[in-house]
Design a protein around this ligand. Sequence first.
Ligand SMILES: *Cc1c(COP(=O)(O)O)cnc(C)c1O
Length: 456
Amino acid sequence: MSKKIPHRLYLTEEQMPKQWYNLRADMKDQPDPMLNPSTHLPVKVEDLYPVFCEELAKQEMDEVTRYVDIPEEVQEFYHLYRPSPLVRAYNLEKALDTPAKIYYKYEGNNTSGSHKLNSAVAQAYYAKKQGLTSLTTETGAGQWGTALAEACAYFKLPLTVYMVKCSYEQKPFRKSVIQTFGADIIPSPSTTTNAGRKILEYNPNTGGSLGCAISEAIEKSVTTEGCRYVLGSVLNQVLLHQSIIGLEAKQAMEILDEYPDVIIGCAGGGSNLGGLIAPFMQDKLLGIANPRIVAVEPASCPTFTRGRYAYDFCDTGKVTPLARMYTLGSDFMPSPDHAGGLRYHGMSPILSKLYHDGLMEAIAIEQTKVFEAAVFFAKNETILPAPESAHAIRGAIDEAIKCREAGESKTILFGLTGTGYFDMTAYSAYLDGTMKDTVPSDEDLLEGFKRLPVVD
Ligand SMILES: *Cc1c(COP(=O)(O)O)cnc(C)c1O
């Protein structure tokens, strides 16, 4: 008799990881270095100090330290909401009538509602420790701004958040939550920065983009004494902090005597996926195991599946270093019909490299199919997922259906990154039948590729 696997498995505080895992330490082929945008020479760690706090700049550049101690203070904060549960989706399996075993790692169980808090806490902690007096950031859908506002309130650091204007208008309660935690919030593009004013001059009615909000936040940080910029995804340091997701998940699966055949995650900038897969990708890189790894992205912002692997700016204002990554071009803006998050033009350079080298796969899905999966999941698993997370749900459901058709029992693990309570406008559009799928044409994408910086 196989032992009965519980619905939800929580590690104990003692079992929780005390170190993050740096995937780059096990990559024989490293991602290409970040480049200075004017000289095209590799960026040195000191070059990052005006923008990032020093410890985080070091983490950004560190490709040798395999395990990094999680500071005591960060562990203490983690204990407020971690470990997150590994859930066996018995109800979903039953509803799909699939022989597959479906597990998900649920990161929506904290007040910010997503995995973003895992890195927000770390970034606020290092900034405070360095004696900085304020932080700035951007937020798209609002989860990162919320998570960082919570972390900054805890460490008593003033914060200014530039929120993409169309989200700011669509989600007024996000603004209230961020303000409740004491942060300032400004819709972007704004007239408070040169970058914002320039974008408004060309395009006064723009709803904004993440790339544009990033330009504004960076400008604010470099023009304000004692202020630094923090980013909630894409960066190597963020993937490092998010490795807590995968480390916990792997340990919980070991306790259950399980190992995933397929690991599925949604991909915006790549932080939750990079964190979830980190220790499993380590097994792959070291030849210990060979799980399939699948990134799921929106068809309206198809960075992996239709983007170019090229050097590009990380922001629309073209002030950041150049990173080699899959990109749609730094001024790409997904259609305003797109409601499902995951709208960044680029992708984590670490994941981009792994994808380019054939170590992971990617698929793109239209948003109506994503919301169909979200509603199906909510009814069966009693969690209302974030639209972003529902991309991974869709991927997992389709995989489980394939298992049913092939009469094959696979073990599927996916990342459920957060809850969708601030996304009810999008849910309503889906339920009313007014939601549209707008997929960019090849010509649309070509426009973005034409403006990629030329690096030889
Ligand atoms: C931000 C966010 C994502 C996407 O960001 P990644 O960096 O790709 O993980 C996914 N799900 C939720 C709930 C988010 O808040």
